[in-house]
Design a protein around this ligand. Structure first.
Ligand code: FAD
Length: 433
């Protein structure tokens, strides 16, 4: 019998890019040929929590576009790409029937569901070595933990400590492979319907009218930086509510890894050299540090971020059980017009501004007194930019059971007056939908 060809695999998850892709970079240094792989996990598309799906139509469509673009960019580098739909363990077993898998290169994960999936693969392929890398952070975990024994309870303390001798590595460049490696296994044809959704058009008033994928991420970055220089005024516009340009809109591409935080940092530095640094250019990095902070909190506290009492086990929160109030919040029928407009925006577009998210989450926890985990689960289904660490970290923070346990409550009427004094935003979503 002919011996199976030895190969390595680069298993793509939330690192759907070819620039600054650490697993691709590492696999390229090895002598063995490798294939790139993305699996649409059949089980994931079936799962529900608190009655909500783990992924909704907005993120599913964005993901499909991201995978399509990844296929194109990998082909340009002569890297074969296999996309499959099914049970992850079984797909790895099937690949291993054709090839002899030696190593799997992938990103390092630290939340339970992702770890369980990986353990499943190890159980059927015990001989295979995993080469895992942290690829989601701006700052390297080693750099952070050299300066901090543990992640401080306050973001400001974290920022002050890591900003001293700030070190961000340069983005990695992936070279074109010399020869294309022909795959013996065909990819599956996957569309929205296969993932359990009907096709839909982007809402004409969406603040996020963009496509998924690495190329779209870079197009947006060039637009926001060089082309319009909107970055120069980011600090003053970032609390906006209407249109695409009040903030960077990088979140959805960052969440599935179409662009890395390291690449964005590098581009901010180039922009500063060319056009000058100011408070706004710094502020974008400041926000990326918030993103990192929630990831480090999750890295330290692991599954505690999903617990009812979050990181404050002695607080013992009590919630109301009130399906009617929940339904009113979801469908934008609460007593607050500002909350309603934001919730309708989310329902129609899969996006909501940061200002909106803070208000509706605070209203959910503090006014309606509902279980924050249900609100977080609804966001998980709906948000086009859902990221486990940012979502659960922000919800914990607003429920008062995060790393920083101070009680925060937003007065939504005051906030509406301050940020939507001409009612442009409320009218947009309450009158026109
Ligand atoms: P910009 O203002 O342009 O900021 C630039 C980048 O900084 C963002 O893309 C994001 O990566 C990061 N960032 C900014 N603010 C925050 C923040 N508060 N926490 C973490 N990172 C931040 N962001 C997600 O990416 N995914 C989520 O699932 C998510 N859930 C949230 C849930 C709640 C309850 C709240 C209050 C916030 C949540 N955020 C989440 C953070 C924030 O609202 C979004 O990142 C931001 O609105 C995205 O728009 P932008 O890219 O234009 O942001």
């Amino acid at each position: 019998m002919q011996e199976k060809q030895k190969i390595n695999i680069v298993w793509f998850k939330n690192d759907l890019r070819t620039k600054d892709q650490i697993s691709l970079f590492k696999a390229s240094q090895e002598d063995l040929p490798f294939i790139a792989l993305y699996i649409f996990d059949e089980d994931f598309y079936q799962k529900k929590q608190f009655g909500f799906r783990k992924i909704g139509k907005f993120r599913a469509k964005f993901l499909l576009e991201s995978i399509q673009n990844l296929q194109h960019n990998l082909a340009e580098l002569n890297i074969p790409f296999l996309t499959k739909f099914g049970k992850i363990k079984e797909i790895f077993e099937k690949i291993n029937e054709h090839y002899s898998i030696q190593k799997i290169f992938c990103e390092e994960e630290f939340t339970q569901e992702e770890i369980d999936v990986e353990k499943g693969v190890s159980s059927v392929l015990p001989h295979v070595k995993f080469e895992k890398s942290y690829s989601q952070f701006l700052l390297e975990p080693d750099f952070v933990f050299e300066r901090l024994e543990k992640i401080p309870a306050l973001f400001t303390t974290f920022r002050n400590k890591v900003e001293k001798n700030f070190s961000v590595r340069k983005p990695l460049k992936i070279e074109k492979r010399k020869a294309f490696f022909e795959l013996e296994i065909p990819s599956d044809k996957i569309d929205l319907e296969k993932l359990g959704f009907e096709n839909f058009e982007t809402h004409p008033h969406s603040a996020f009218p963009f496509s998924g994928g690495e190329n779209a991420a870079w197009e947006r970055l060039h637009y926001y930086f060089e082309e319009t220089q909107l970055l120069k005024d980011y600090k003053n516009t970032r609390n906006g509510l209407v249109g695409s340009d009040y903030s960077s809109k990088f979140s959805a591409w960052l969440a599935n890894g179409s662009i890395s935080a390291v690449s964005i940092y590098d581009e901010v530095k180039k922009f500063e050299q060319k056009f000058g640094a100011n408070e706004s250019t710094y502020w974008l990095i400041f926000e990326l540090l918030w993103r990192d902070y929630f990831k480090f909190i999750a890295l330290q506290h692991r599954n505690e971020i999903f617990h009812k009492n979050g990181l404050q086990p002695y607080k013992n929160l009590e919630f109301q059980h009130n399906p009617q109030k929940l339904e009113q919040w979801i469908s934008g029928k609460t007593h607050s017009e500002f909350v309603n407009a934001n919730m309708i925006e989310l329902q129609k577009t899969g996006f909501m501004s940061n200002r909106g998210r803070q208000n509706v989450a605070s209203y959910f926890c503090k006014n309606l007194k509902l279980d924050w985990r249900i609100g977080a689960a609804y966001f998980e289904e709906m948000l086009i930019d859902y990221d486990v660490h940012s979502n659960y970290g922000n919800w914990l923070y607003l429920a008062g059971i995060g790393n920083d346990s101070r009680d925060r409550s937003f007065n939504t009427e005051k906030q509406a007056e301050q940020y939507d004094s001409d009612k442009k935003f409320r009218n947009l979503w309450l009158k026109n939908h």
